[in-house]
Design a protein around this ligand. Structure first.
Ligand code: FE
Ligand code: FE
Length: 288
């Protein structure tokens, strides 16, 4: 069992995803309730708030650039995709085993729901691998630098990012040149030119970028960018290509948040199908 490194306000990284489901219920309603109306008597909500405080205060442009340099050279190890799924599954935290799926079960449940809807094979594969960047947690990266909503750095923070008030304590907020609407960017520069807050999305994009169709890569890279794909923020940084591709990010999101199998997926039984699918796109081992 792997001990999650400090500071770890979330008993499980899934608490962040559980909070997303409250914020964005499946019926399409939006609980954009002000932070004051959030229920802080609920200890789970409280730990999510603490988690976002740590995240928003420490995700600076410099931090994200440094992490990209540290991890995107991918000099940690070589692993196959299925091996990485099993590796991620070593991440065991204090979640409730009766209600919470293991990491590999979440990946398979997402992929199986995509498969059941008859989507292309690369889409199913994106479902399987979308959270493999969470293996950063097994490398002693703190939760706030692995999961959580992502957002652009180097320009003004949008009020549409959850808990925007915590950005007041982010050192970038004291740098006026980074706090204009466009900051270091130009209108419509395209998201590829934008440094996003660091986490499992950006890392997994770099791991997979040589192997998957672009639609799948957008799903990997921006699936936690809720301010954009759910709230429509930051369109001024997107180019037309991004706007077209975000259709796929939006198509992916419900499978990540809401797919729920009657019985948890059986990894051993599904392994042959997924090994075959993986081999259509990936070599046996890739760099992490
Ligand atoms: Fe994710
Ligand atoms: Fe996920």
């Amino acid at each position: 069992m792997k001990i999650v490194p400090d500071p770890a306000p979330l008993a499980s990284m899934d608490e962040w995803e559980d909070d997303l489901k409250i914020r964005y219920p499946e019926d399409g309603a939006t609980n954009n309730f002000d932070s004051e109306f959030r229920n802080y008597d609920d200890p789970a909500r409280d730990s999510v708030r603490t988690f976002y405080k740590l995240n928003h205060e420490q995700q600076t442009l410099e931090f994200a650039r440094d992490k990209k340099k540290e991890f995107c050279g991918r000099e940690y190890r070589e692993m196959g995709i299925w091996e990485a799924c099993e590796y991620l599954n070593e991440l065991v935290d204090d979640s409730d085993p009766d209600t919470d799926l293991s990491q590999i079960q979440h990946l398979l449940q997402t992929a199986e729901a995509i498969r059941a809807d008859g989507h292309p094979r690369w889409f199913i594969l994106a479902g399987l691998i979308h959270d493999l960047g969470k293996t950063l947690c097994l490398r002693d990266e703190p939760q706030w630098a692995v999961v959580g909503d992502t957002f652009p750095l180097g320009c003004a923070f949008s009020e549409k990012v959850v808990y925007p008030e915590f950005f007041d304590s982010n050192p970038d907020s004291k740098k006026p040149e980074l706090m204009t609407k466009y900051g270091i960017y130009e209108e419509g520069c395209g998201l590829d030119a934008v440094t996003m807050s660091w986490g499992h999305d950006e890392y997994m994009y770099h791991v997979a970028k040589d192997y998957l169709p672009e639609e799948a890569l957008y799903m990997l890279r921006y699936h936690s960018f809720y301010a954009a794909h759910k709230e429509g923020a930051y369109e001024h940084l997107m180019n037309d290509h991004d706007k077209g591709m975000f259709k796929w990010v939006r198509a992916f999101n419900p499978y990540d948040l809401y797919s729920k199998a009657d019985t948890p997926p059986d990894a051993e039984a599904l392994k042959p199908f997924y090994e075959e699918l993986i081999s259509e796109y990936f070599p046996e081992r890739i760099r992490w």
